[in-house]
Design a protein around this ligand. Structure first.
Ligand code: GDP
Ligand code: IMO
Ligand code: MG
Length: 420
């Protein structure tokens, strides 16, 4: 299939970076379609680890990389990652859509300040994501095409900065000066100028010419601005419909790969029905190295939640699941998995639309015998029967095939399960 969409099926950090890197081998173009440098995607190849926040993970496999219209770009992060890739991998082949939004220094300030004033904190990454997308919606954003055009950039700053100063002032923050911002950022805008390309048109032509394209999601489906656990969400669309909208391509028949850990984690606030605490949570956190790639915060840990996978799969149209971090469960005596929730005495099989109801959900668990995994596995059938039963249970409950199984951070620690 020439087009694949890779979506985080949980609360982010499912191992999308690893799966995208693996799939990139056979791809021509890898496109980041949402979010900004709030994301942290890890790619491990041999003894090298790359933590990418903006550059698509396909950069490690030297593929053509695109940032689509729906991405929020912090120019400083982008330049740092271009430099990193050029130093470690080789010349970047990057195209940035003119419509992508720029994260400005005042967005970072406003993100931090509004979090501080909220009585119920979201635990944002403080990368300016919310304020940047809010500006896009209220037409106060600065797009990539404006940012890289000296005159236009200056003009936009003159229009927008007085409005932003009203907000900065309300938060008791130091106001910004359009000239100073122009001076501070125009060197970066000059360096990024050469990457502009209408990604929508480019992808249209590439797909027509039979190129293999991967659309790389950031965050996870339950952080989607509409379908996630609102208000404990990010500010972009993280699902498959968002991928098409952002990339600017009409719906195509495609693989939609939902990436899910064999358990579940969340970083930041918000409901987490299957969350576990205490020594078991600590043991899983340590074994899985569950610390945020972007902020270093410890991730909250819980059992796999199948109502979440079912809901994400229905709305995103998953054609397959990539199950990651199976190795982290190795050695546990017993594994629990939530197959449904109880809300007010009623059994429900999907995530309720109301976050306040989700907060009241009691997971209904199935208990399975644990397993021990060895470090080197050649095929699905090398997995112990208990691990295979776990995978079968997921497939049966979600109604989708698990096609990829990841049992370690390394590119080669990946199994492909044949269709049965
Ligand atoms: P992403 O945001 O979805 O790309 O995920 P992150 O990179 O933020 O977090 C996933 C973490 O798990 C990274 O440290 C990966 O190197 C690591 N990882 C990915 N797959 C596996 C796996 O199968 N087993 C183990 N042990 N680690 C994995
Ligand atoms: P990747 O792509 C995990 C979470 C934050 C916070 C909420 C809103 O690596 O999976 P934001 O800064 O976006 O306004 O924060 O979303 N969050 C993530 N959690 N992985 C991510 O990205 C995340 N990006 C944002 O912790 O709860
Ligand atoms: Mg991450």
């Amino acid at each position: 299939m020439p087009l694949s969409v890779i979506i985080g099926a949980q609360f982010g950090d499912e191992g999308k970076g690893k799966i995208i890197d693996y799939l990139s081998e056979k791809a021509d173009i890898v496109v980041r379609f949402n979010g900004g440098d709030n994301a942290g995607h890890t790619v491990v190849v041999g003894n090298k680890t790359y933590k990418l926040h903006l550059m698509p993970s396909g950069a490690v496999q030297k593929k053509i990389c695109c940032l689509a219209s729906g991405v929020a770009i912090n120019p400083k992060t982008l330049l740092e990652e271009i430099e990193l890739i050029e130093k470690e991998v080789g010349k970047v082949k990057l195209f940035v859509d003119p419509r992508a939004q720029i994260i400005m220094p005042y967005h970072l300030l406003l993100d931090g300040a509004s979090e501080e004033k909220k009585c119920k904190k979201i635990g944002t990454t403080k990368k300016g994501i919310g304020p940047c997308y809010a500006d896009r919606a209220s037409r106060q954003g600065i797009r990539f095409s404006e940012f890289i055009n000296k005159n236009k950039f200056y003009e936009r700053l003159k229009e927008v900065v007085p409005l932003k100063n009203l907000e900065l002032k309300a938060f008791g923050l130091k106001q910004k000066n359009a000239e100073a911002l122009f001076k501070e950022l125009s060197k970066m805008s000059y360096k990024l100028k050469k990457y502009q390309m209408d990604v929508s048109k480019y992808l249209h032509v590439s797909l027509k010419n039979g190129k293999e394209v991967l659309l790389e999601g950031a965050q996870g489906f339950f952080l989607d601005n509409d379908f996630g656990t609102y208000p404990y969400v990010t500010s972009s669309h993280t699902g498959s419909a968002g991928a098409f909208m952002s990339a600017g391509i009409a719906y195509h028949e495609c693989r939609v790969i939902g990436v899910s850990k064999a358990y579940c984690t969340r970083v930041g606030a918000g409901p987490f029905p299957t969350e576990i605490n205490g020594s078991l949570a600590s043991a899983i956190r340590e074994k899985g190295n569950e610390y945020g790639t972007t902020t270093g915060r410890p991730r909250r840990v819980g059992w796999l939640d199948l109502p979440m996978l079912r809901t994400a799969s229905r709305i995103c149209g998953f054609t397959e699941i990539a199950l990651t971090k199976l190795d982290v469960l190795s050695g546990l005596k017993e594994i629990k998995v939530s197959t449904a929730y109880k809300i007010g005495g009623k059994k429900v099989k999907e995530v309720p639309a109301d976050t306040f109801l989700l907060e009241k959900c009691k997971p209904m668990y199935v208990r399975l015998k644990g397993f021990e995994l060895s470090h080197e596995l050649k095929s699905f059938y090398d997995l112990p029967s208990e691990a295979r039963s776990y995978i079968k249970l997921i497939e049966k409950n979600v109604g989708i095939r698990v096609r990829m199984i990841s049992y370690g951070p390394e590119r080669k620690q990946t199994l492909i399960k044949a269709q049965e």
